[in-house]
Write a protein that binds this ligand. Structure first.
Ligand SMILES: Cc1cc2nc3c(=O)[nH]c(=O)nc-3n(C[C@H](O)[C@H](O)[C@H](O)COP(=O)(O)OP(=O)(O)OC[C@H]3O[C@@H](n4cnc5c(N)ncnc54)[C@H](O)[C@@H]3O)c2cc1C
Length: 408
């Protein structure tokens, strides 16, 4: 067994595996569970793939879900506060959210059909050196268990050592589409955000409601509320939260139909945003590369983790194709190629969850409310986190950006 060994069958591992198979490179993916187990399990996330990721899916031949039917077209913003603001930002090309319990098993099927080797095996950090004797390169594309910890945390890029939001996300029936069909980004100052995502799940189109609760804020209770103990009470709490904090979604509820779709379509938790080193040298002198969440974990508030994982897989894959000598120079090349976008993704996301919010972020959001071109640009930059960070990295940059667009 040679070729590339990938630990993890998430978007990072599978996109990398598919790209390498397109170039006839032998690949083995190890995962702790089968596609069927993933499909039958709890909601793992509510991931939107933006146009840049959709284009990679097209290039990989895995663009299985029609964009006109399953895509969405922009962001409806709601900024709460004493003078609430509503405005819309458009994409130039649609994003798409397919339940990963449908998406990943389908792509795993494609990977196997294209000659990829798939092994069900729970790998531990202690196993990685032995695996690296069997493969030319090992890629760690799972942040679970002790695997991510193989790669030292970068304190210079990881400003938080605790979660900044507590999460509650579920799939719901009984919320009408907004027009045009889009994500809703709703901000309740001091309390947190709610992201409503049109998502394709098992029984058709659904709405994912992702509550990003500031600890101690008005809807943190959702992160602890038990659906299983009291389904009706839980759904009432969700509706009460929408009414109080996120009215543009509340307005579209059909109260007779509103419900969580299934008990397993709910996820509650929290994560610590973390950037890790790109690679580690193993005791046998070989190298392991970190990919996806094993490399960088971001809060889901602006929907970037999977998009960044796919981008990073693409850059790693092309480096493997172009320069398959897996030494330190190779590792440095991979790190350099992906650094700007992956670090910008993390920096931008970390700014979005800062409490209290950075004044220059509020200044930009306020300007976007009055100028559609600015809102469109912010929306389109969900495809280009490094451009978003060009605008938001410092108050001076935001001021320059606004001045260049005629806002002083
Ligand atoms: C609520 C929520 C909403 C989100 N929304 C978005 C969004 O809109 N857009 C976006 O881009 N990102 C979003 N994300 C982030 C996104 O889900 C992750 O960044 C992305 O899925 C990471 O992909 P990955 O392949 O690195 O890891 P994962 O998807 O976590 O895959 C890891 C794989 O490793 C396997 N595995 C686990 N342990 C082991 C082991 N010991 N041995 C072998 N295999 C193992 C797992 O079964 C899995 O196959 C969201 C996350 C959450 C929680």
């Amino acid at each position: 067994m040679a070729g590339i060994g990938i630990i993890g069958a998430g978007v990072a591992g599978i996109h990398l595996g598919l790209l390498l198979r397109q170039h006839d490179i032998p690949v083995t993916i190890y995962s702790d569970r089968t596609g069927e187990q993933l499909a039958g399990g709890r909601l793992p996330n509510t991931v939107a793939h933006h146009d840049t990721t959709v284009r990679r899916e097209q290039a990989l031949g895995v663009d299985h879900w029609d964009l006109a039917e399953h895509g969405y077209f922009g962001h409806h913003h709601y900024l709460g506060g004493p003078e609430p603001k509503r405005f819309f930002g458009a994409y130039t090309a649609p994003s798409r959210a397919i339940d990963h319990r449908i998406y990943l098993p389908r792509l795993l099927h494609d990977f196997r059909e294209r000659g990829g080797d798939f092994r069900v095996r729970a790998v531990r950090a202690a196993d990685v050196a032995a695996l690296s004797d069997q493969h030319e390169l090992v890629v760690v594309a799972s942040g679970s268990g002790d695997l991510a910890a193989m790669f030292p945390r970068r304190a210079d890029k990881s400003p938080y050592d605790a979660p900044q939001r507590r999460l509650c996300v579920g799939l719901f029936d009984g919320i009408a589409d907004n027009e045009p069909r889009s994500v809703t980004l709703s901000l309740s100052p001091g309390h947190g955000e709610m992201v409503e995502i049109p998502i394709r799940s098992f029984d058709g189109p659904r709405k994912a409601l992702l509550f990003e609760a500031v600890p101690g804020g008005g809807f943190e209770v959702l992160a602890d509320a038990s659906y299983d103990d009291d389904p009706a009470g839980f759904e009432k709490l969700v509706k009460d939260t929408l009414r109080a904090h996120h009215p543009t979604t509340f307005e579209r509820i059909d109260h007779r139909r509103f419900r969580l779709t299934r008990p397993l379509d709910l996820l509650q938790g929290a994560l610590v945003p973390t950037v890790r080193e790109d690679w580690v040298r193993l005791p046998n002198g070989r190298y392991a590369i970190a990919l996806g969440d094993a490399h960088v974990v971001v809060d889901p508030v602006v929907g970037q983790g999977a998009n960044s994982a796919s981008y990073s897989a693409w850059e790693l894959g092309h480096t493997i194709i172009e320069d398959p000598t897996f030494d330190e120079r190779f590792c440095r090349k991979v790190a350099r190629r992906r650094a700007d976008r992956v670090h910008a993704t993390s920096d931008w996301t970390n700014l979005m969850i800062r409490t209290p919010p950075a004044p220059h972020l509020l200044e930009l959001l306020d300007a976007m409310a009055g100028e559609k071109a600015l809102a469109d640009e912010f929306t389109e930059n969900f495809n280009h986190p490094e451009r978003q960070w060009d605008v938001l990295a410092t108050p001076e940059r935001t001021r320059d950006h606004l001045a260049r667009r005629g806002r002083t």
